[in-house]
Design a protein around this ligand. Structure first.
Ligand code: ATP
Ligand code: MG
Length: 436
């Protein structure tokens, strides 16, 4: 085979240049042989294409190598494009040249294997069509988040991953040996972002976040990616508007860029698009409890956090994500301030996704009252000395400011329609798994 230019499979299928010779390279996705003919499907990062290898159409040694290649072998192929209604995509290559780059050993993954086995084989399973589609959508989502904030004048700002303080409660901290001392892995970028707003005013970041979640739910990872923003001069209402706009922006990006991936995942693109076109309602926590108790006949006590079942029951009443504000102050983190109009509640919100995907964003206005925050920290057994640097921020030109965090994997799961959050990240880390 002469060294020629290699085409991407999607380009071949898009241009449909029949009877023209093309070269492709990729991996054997499926293959079966019967006598003098081998039918294979080749995949590359852009798609799959059927190839028909017929004895006599290519050199004898190349034909016999095609006969013995197993799936996942890497190959370079030359062939003539033909129409074939039965082939995936409606086209196939009539092969005239076949070169094996690496003969694969028998692939350990076959049909109907358990989720745990597939997680053990994750390094191989990420090449499956399903995970490839999810990874492409994840890439679109991550790109859209960067674009969204940069277009609006936000600076990307990095905080340390090794942090001396908790932000979201001591119980989920991962402790790390730090020389002769100890420190923790970041639970949030927020406290450092609050220092940054005095220089940059509007900042965002997307980074790894670590929480030792002891409950094994289908929504919690121990290591996940959080896309956070923090901005000066913004109150709760302004904040929720940015959150809604960001989620709509993400939905529009995916529905524009990932049509074929959504199809592979069986996800209705039109439905996602229609959510992006609607306004998302805002209700208070108190109103949510009223809906749950009056319309859903539940018996939820005011003051308790909404659990998965309550969030799901609430979302029966909505066909777009919903913003729930003013959760009870007592169950909120120390930095969320009381609402002067309703001081039992905090100036905070969660955004809850449709279809039972639960909370995708959590955010709040930030307290400016050092005495209040000290008391909250002391009540939860924290050493306030460690927060002196954070309280300094309230001493030198303090301004109203707000921010939120969006769980990247929660959004990927929702948009892709994934049952378990583990499939929204390439190598999931949970309480029970930190390999491969
Ligand atoms: P939850 O109540 O679901 O545990 P949270 O209130 O602890 O969430 P926040 O501290 O508000 O969450 O974090 C911001 C966002 O980060 C959440 O809205 C969610 O999308 C995401 N998130 C939080 N914890 C996890 C986790 N363990 N795994 C994946 N995503 C998470
Ligand atoms: Mg949590």
């Amino acid at each position: 085979m002469k060294p020629i230019k290699f085409e991407k499979i999607r380009d071949i299928l898009d241009i449909k240049n029949i009877d023209k010779t093309f070269c492709i390279r990729g991996w054997v996705y499926r293959t079966r042989s019967s006598g003098s003919i081998v039918f294979s499907v080749i995949r590359d990062s852009t798609g799959i294409l059927q190839v028909t290898i017929k004895k006599g159409n290519l050199p004898e040694d190349e034909f016999s190598s095609a006969q013995k290649t197993l799936i996942e072998s890497s190959v370079e192929i030359e062939g003539i494009l033909k129409e074939d209604k039965r082939a995936p995509g409606g086209y196939e290559l009539k092969v005239t040249g076949y070169k094996v780059i690496n003969y694969a050993e028998p692939f350990p993954i076959v049909k109907d294997q358990s989720p745990e086995f597939l997680l053990d084989q994750r390094h191989l399973w990420i090449r499956s069509q399903r995970l490839t589609a999810i990874l492409k959508i994840r890439s679109t989502i991550v790109g859209a988040i960067h674009k969204f904030f940069r277009e609006r004048g936000y600076y990307e700002f990095d905080a340390p991953i090794l942090q001396p303080n908790q932000c979201e409660g001591g119980s989920t901290l991962f402790e790390v040996k730090y020389y002769d001392s100890k420190t923790f892995l970041s639970q949030s970028w927020q406290l450092y972002a609050e220092a940054a707003i005095f220089a940059l005013e509007k900042v965002y970041n997307m980074g790894p976040t670590f929480r030792a979640e002891r409950s094994k739910t289908s929504r919690h990872l121990s290591e996940f990616w959080m896309a956070e923003m923090e901005a000066a001069w913004i109150d709760l209402e302004g904040l929720t508007e940015i959150a809604k706009e960001e989620v709509r922006y993400i939905l529009n990006s995916v529905s524009k860029e990932n049509t074929s991936e959504l199809e592979i995942l069986g996800r209705d693109r039109e439905k996602l698009k229609s959510i992006a076109d609607k306004d998302f309602p805002t209700i208070t926590y108190t109103k949510a409890i009223e809906i749950l108790n009056k319309k859903e006949n539940l018996n939820v006590e005011w003051g308790k956090d909404l659990r998965t079942i309550e969030e799901n029951a609430l979302m029966q009443h909505f066909d777009t994500p919903v913003i729930v504000t003013n959760y009870p102050l007592e169950i909120m983190a120390f930095y969320k301030p009381p609402d002067p109009k309703d001081p039992k509640t905090a100036l905070c919100f969660d955004m809850i996704a449709t279809e039972g995907y639960g909370e995708i964003i959590g955010g709040s206005q930030r307290s400016l009252d050092v005495q209040y925050m000290k008391k909250r920290l002391l009540d939860s057994g924290e050493n306030v000395e460690n927060y002196q640097w954070y309280f300094d921020l309230r001493k030198y030109g303090s301004v109203p400011h707000s921010g939120y965090g969006l769980g990247v994997e929660r959004v990927v799961s929702w948009i892709c329609g994934i049952d378990n959050i583990k499939d929204s990240i390439p190598f999931p880390r949970t309480m029970l798994r930190f390999k491969p």
